[in-house]
Write a protein that binds this ligand. Structure first.
Ligand SMILES: [Zn+2]
Ligand SMILES: [Zn+2]
Length: 163
C-alpha cells in the first residue's frame, strides 16, 4: 500500500490526511497470531518548515495468553507511527529518517515494523500479575499456595544456621 507524497514534497499539499486499514492477522508473535482486529492507521503527513513529517497512530485489538499466567487476555493497543520522511538521505547517520522512494511511502510496511517494535516485551493480563507457581502450578492471582519460595544458594547456608 503506497501513499503518493508528490503533493507534500512539492509543497502543493500542506497536510495529507491518513485513514487506512490493514490486515495483520497473519503476524506471528511468540507462536501466536494475536492481532484479532483490523489495524486502523489515522493521522497525517504534513510539511512544516520544509520538513515532511508523518504523525499517525495504529490502533488494533490484541489477544494472547498472559506471559506470566497464560490467561487469555485482550487489549487495545495504540502505537504511534511518527517519522520524518526525506527524499534522499544526505547523511548516512540520519538513519532515523524514512526515505521515500519515488516520492511514495509504503505505509503498510512501515506500520507493520512499528507495530512489532511497539509491542510490549512482556504481555501481561495486568500490571502486577503474580503468575503461576513454578512448583505446584497454581495461578497465584486467584489462589494461594504453601510452596516456599526458591532459596537463593547464597542464603541457603545462612538459613541452615538459623534453623
Ligand atoms: Zn497474568
Ligand atoms: Zn506453589
Amino acid at each position: 500500500m503506497s501513499i503518493d507524497l508528490r503533493g507534500v514534497f512539492s509543497g502543493k499539499t500542506l497536510r495529507l490526511p491518513i485513514d487506512e486499514k490493514f490486515d495483520f492477522s497473519d503476524l506471528e508473535v511468540g507462536g501466536n497470531k494475536p492481532i484479532n482486529s483490523e489495524v486502523s492507521v489515522k493521522g497525517s503527513v504534513y510539511t512544516r518548515a520544509e520538513v515532511v513529517t508523518l504523525e499517525a497512530v495504529a490502533k488494533f485489538s490484541y489477544k494472547a495468553p498472559c506471559d506470566r499466567c497464560c490467561k487469555i487476555t485482550e487489549k487495545t493497543f495504540e502505537i504511534p507511527i511518527n517519522h520524518i520522511i526525506v527524499n534522499t538521505l544526505a547523511d548516512e547517520d540520519e538513519s532515523d529518517f524514512i526515505v521515500s522512494e519515488n516520492m511514495e511511502l509504503d505505509l503498510e510496511d512501515l506500520t507493520r515494523s512499528d507495530v512489532i517494535l511497539g509491542l510490549p516485551f512482556l504481555f501481561l493480563c495486568k500490571e502486577d500479575c503474580k503468575g503461576i507457581c513454578p512448583k505446584c502450578g497454581k495461578n497465584l492471582n486467584t489462589e494461594e499456595c504453601i510452596c516456599k519460595p526458591e532459596v537463593d544458594e547464597r542464603w541457603a547456608k545462612l538459613s541452615e544456621f538459623y534453623d
